[in-house]
Design a protein around this ligand. Sequence first.
Ligand code: CMP
Length: 579
Amino acid sequence: MAARLMEGEVPANPLIVTIVAGLGFAFLLGLIATKLRLPPIVGYLLAGILVGPHTPGLVADGELAGELAEIGVILLMFGVGLHFSIADLLAVRRVAITGAVGQILLATLVGIVVGFLGGWDLGAGLVLGLSLSVASTVVLLRALDQRNALATVDGRIAVGWLIVEDLVMVLTLVLLPAVAGWLGGEGKVLSLGDLAGDLGLTLLKVVAFVTFVLLAGSRAVPWLLRQVARSGSRELFTLAVLGVALGIAFAAAELVGVSFALGAFLAGIVLSKSELSHRAAAEALPLQNAFAVLFFVSIGMLFNPGVLLSEPWGLVAVLAVILVAKPAIAALIVLLLGYPLRSALTVGVSLAQIGEFSFILASLGVSLQLFPAEGRDLVLAAALISITLNPLLFALVEPVAKWLTKPGRPLAKREGRARRRMGRLRKKIRASHHEATRQVSLAQLRDPAELGRLFPMLADLSDERRDELLSLFLPRSAQPGERLFRLGDRADSLYFIVEGAVEVELPKGRGVQLGAGEVFGEMALLSGRRRSADVVALDYCQFFTLTSENFEAFAQLHPALRERLQAVASKRADSNKTG
Ligand code: CMP
């Protein structure tokens, strides 16, 4: 088999060969890169070059690798959507829209000038400029994720920026074939009216799709997942998560022509309101990592090292646009909008690379005869190099920001104002999240108002009693699907749900869901009988538990708690009798 592959024959199992070779080599070279203190991405890209058609030896299937990489993009963007909300997007809309549109226009202009200097005409320069002006989703998301920066304000600005870039790309892909005739490429010369019609129709389709998915999806999808979670099958839950992410992404691409990434982002947002979103994120993660690695392998496979020798100056010029002009333009726009230097540099560096969109545009340009084939090779080489250098640029952000804002430097004064502005934005984003997730930690429960808000039956405790109770509480967490106890078990503890949701599985197949702020396990504890039902965690849960001894001790001091629990227990017992 190995000998056959060496001779360059098509392997019998192209999909398996691509996955095995892609992941295997990526693992080996990624490990070596890490040992050499290089970013693992360098290893993944080299793995791609090794199994690609431009180097001797094993040749994996580039098209298949590209498609597998798309699955990585979908799962990655789905994960981002799960932790995002429409409110987040709106909070950063000004900087994201102004920034992305301004940056694309300016970077495209620089690209056209570079094209002119290299002797290309307007059409080729335009395709080059546009290809260089859009960043790669995968590279940006991974870079932010590895620095735990996705949930920060800088991270949200960068993701908002990316979404706007993505939308501009959708319009560009529709417009480019329509204007190719004008620019001297292949195709009819369309009238302005036709052009406006095409554009209007595309925009309408995008708006209709997004509205439909957000309105219908945010009800139907969380409902569906809850039903599947109730079934108790982990496998079905994983399938439901993958089905929703891939299904909505595919529908977005097929029906509206937007990218898989944007569709997957929507799928994530639709699910983010569900109490099962943490669990969905956890299910998608392992696949997401494996497929995202294939993205880098697939780029390495496309790379033709020959271009380094045939077009060295072209490559230098293109890299200068990506690594210097583009981040400088982006950072300047963010600074001009009044944000701190660190945010400006983070956003600038996030965009100092190109990836999947650039290849798509360059390839479209070649097929429309607007763009020379060597231009596409240049774009690919520049993508590979800029992705490799990206982690190094990120490492520079912190020292450069510190150096430039040292007291006494011109930027230092403006920094104070910018930080206050940032603080306001952070508050806005946090407020929207607080409502959405209701996450409460033990430290927060020390605040009497917070404790009373979450558990009204504890609202009237004196400070002393509250501290006593908190010292008796034992924290406990549970994984989705974990059974906390079974019908007929002896009762040992009382549970207060701080985060997540559980299902009480009553006899006769009836189920009741309880969420944050509710209590369970009180019936058996108070009556001294056995547990009256099974209780299963539906989500990642956090509880505070009181052992029966501690409950007794505390109830001696504060009899109101026993009475209130008794009232809850009687109500539940009544409903169980009638139900
Ligand atoms: P216990 O009998 O200790 O164990 C099962 C628990 O399920 C029970 O206490 C209650 O806390 C809870 N439970 C039983 N019936 C209901 C119901 N109808 N609604 C909500 N919770 C219930």
